[in-house]
Write a protein that binds this ligand. Structure first.
Ligand code: ATP
Ligand code: MG
Length: 560
């Protein structure tokens, strides 16, 4: 289920597409687009949109998906973001082939269409400033008032607009506005702005332009120019659809795309607003945009989520018009399902306590152990063993509570893949802290045999050879917020709800040698501990660094 994604479930957009295909509406074409604004890094919400749109091209023969950079605001956009967006989409497993475009590719057409609107008497140059435009616009309960410039002549409008383009006026002096209906119940139709003056260099068009089109104007024309059959967007654009249709019709576009809205993805215990994510980075509450706690695609990648797991998650939550908040546990479950099947197994000790096996010969041994308990095809590896090992501090209890079946004085426990050991002596330092356990092993219990006297050993513990094991840094990540709905809090309040345990460092962990040798981004189950991934940036054989990707069980559900 991980390599081959699940069969797509029915949803209302697939139904619309199927009906359009049946009726021959678009001549059998399915053309969609993903239109990010290159002003930030993509997050899990974008992943949903990417998986759905690019996914359609795999479901429908001949289906096409444009990757269109919506670069209409030179104030906030950068090439760095554009490159990151491309990298993230490819990593998720999708290709746009030759269908990579930019809104800025069409600036000349947008301009010509704006002149066309002026000539038709459907657009005018307005001298009101931003505050005045707002005041004239009215409210939901109160009609707007027409701009004093609404009846400027076509010739005067054309002349002013051409001079705007030439750069004769400073920012903010004029705008070009559509002439629609100042009394409309839909505020988007109250003479919306089409162009504004911005003397700014654009990362692609340089200084060619000093007037830039608004998103609501550029976007529908862009869709029409590219022959997008189904322009799929999120629900907040529903009220913009009449405007979208108005621009397409009045600009005499030969092709008329259909805009269809679905609900945004929201996930609890995290935030998906670009503004909030940026605040986390700028306030240094996380390391960077790719901090493994961030719901950005790069953050999730670094955490160890696989593209297949994310695709499965996006398909599982589905597409609908209902606004819902998806439980983080659903995402984590998809991650776990994927890792359970595909992650290599390994042994690591996060909080080590030394164990000396006093009756074990002073010679090293190498055990051959499977990389996955159910999948022989994943191979085997060498696991060194000797008379000095580390075990997890909490796998030992000096005075065992009832039901504790691991190591305690006089009791035995099984070392995973190795032998049964018995604890004979507890060594403490001056402060009373346990620093070493002296144990003896039973040679006949190798690899899971019962002790000679036949008694069953209940506790199995993990361990790492102290001689060949490698010291490692392990970063224990957890949910970034301690409350379910940080997205509902305002910018000042949401950062107060960061989970203080969202990152716990273990700098003195030990890992078996095979883990240290693994390539960055290799995913493991550290047996009994959780799923961990070799850090993409910081891990190497001499300084291994592992990120906890997800716990073995849903510990948040257990807490609740
Ligand atoms: P902003 O409008 O704040 O810049 P945005 O999240 O809308 O942010 P875009 O780059 O415009 O960012 O988004 C690109 C595409 O991704 C849009 O089509 C948008 O509808 C879609 N998208 C963004 N966030 C989500 C989400 N949470 N769920 C589903 N789709 C989303
Ligand atoms: Mg947007």
């Amino acid at each position: 289920m991980n390599e081959i994604d699940k069969t797509p479930a029915a949803n209302f957009i697939r139904t619309i597409i199927n009906e359009d295909l049946k009726s021959g509406k678009n001549g059998g074409r399915v053309v969609v687009r993903f239109p990010p604004e290159p002003n930030g890094y993509l997050h899990i919400g974008h992943a949903k949109s990417i998986c759905f749109n690019f996914g359609l091209t795999k479901e429908y023969e001949g289906g096409q998906c444009y990757l269109r950079m919506d670069d209409t605001n030179p104030a906030k956009e950068e090439k760095e973001y554009e490159d990151a967006i491309k990298g993230d989409i490819e990593w998720l497993g999708f290709q746009w082939g030759s269908l990579m475009t930019h809104a800025s590719d069409y600036y000349e057409v947008f301009y010509e269409k704006a002149e066309l609107l002026i000539k038709k008497g459907l657009a005018f140059v307005c001298s009101l400033n931003a505050d005045e435009v707002r005041a004239y616009r009215g409210t939901l309960t109160e009609a707007g008032r027409p701009s004093p410039n609404r009846d400027r002549s076509v010739d005067e409008n054309l002349e002013l607009f051409r001079r705007m383009r030439k750069g004769e006026f400073p920012d903010g002096t004029y705008t070009l506005r559509a002439k629609i209906d100042m009394t409309s119940g839909n505020i988007n139709l109250r003479d919306p702005t089409i162009y504004r003056i911005r003397h700014l260099e654009h990362h692609r068009t340089g200084k060619t332009w000093c007037i830039y089109p608004m998103y609501d104007y550029a976007h529908p024309l862009n869709d029409a120019l590219e022959g997008i059959t189904h322009s799929i967007c999120t629900l907040e654009f529903q009220d913009h659809r009449p405007l979208y249709d108005w621009f397409v019709a009045n600009c005499d576009m030969t092709y008329r795309p259909q805009q269809i809205e679905f609900s945004r993805l929201n996930v609890n215990y995290t935030v998906t607003s670009k503004r909030k994510l940026k605040k986390l980075v700028d306030s240094k509450l996380v390391g960077s945009w790719d901090d493994p706690r961030m719901p950005t695609i790069r953050g999730m990648r670094r955490r160890g989520y696989s593209p297949a797991a994310l695709r499965n998650f996006c398909e599982r939550i589905g597409i609908s018009k209902k606004d819902t908040i998806i439980d983080m546990s659903i995402l984590e479950e998809e991650i776990r399902n994927d890792l359970n099947e595909n992650a290599l197994r390994g042994l690591a000790v996060l909080d080590p306590i030394k164990v000396t096996i006093t009756n074990y010969p002073d010679a090293d041994e190498v055990l051959r152990v499977p990389n996955h308990p159910q999948k022989a095809e994943m191979g085997e590896r060498d696991l060194p063993f000797s008379n000095t090992i580390y075990i997890e501090r909490d796998d030992f209890m000096e005075e065992p509570s009832k039901g504790f079946h691991r190591l305690s004085p006089g009791k035995d426990a099984r070392l995973r893949y190795a032998y049964v050991i018995r604890c004979d002596e507890v060594v403490k330092d001056a402060s009373g802290q346990v620093v070493e356990l002296k144990c003896t092993y039973d040679v006949d219990t190798k690899g899971g045999q019962n002790p000679k006297d036949g008694h069953k050993v209940k506790g199995i513990i993990h361990w790492v050879d102290a001689k060949k094991g490698v010291k490692a840094e392990v970063r224990l990540y957890d949910r970034l917020f301690k409350v379910a709905n940080p997205a509902g809090l305002d910018d000042a309040d949401f950062i107060a709800e960061i989970n203080p345990d969202s990152l716990v460092l273990r700098r003195d962990a030990y890992i078996e040698p095979a883990l240290a040798q693994s390539a960055p981004e290799t995913r493991f189950q550290f047996e009994r501990l959780g799923f961990f991934t070799a850090d993409r940036k910081d891990h190497d054989a001499t300084h291994p660094v592992f990120n906890r990707t997800v716990t073995l069980r849903d510990t948040w559900a257990e807490k609740a």
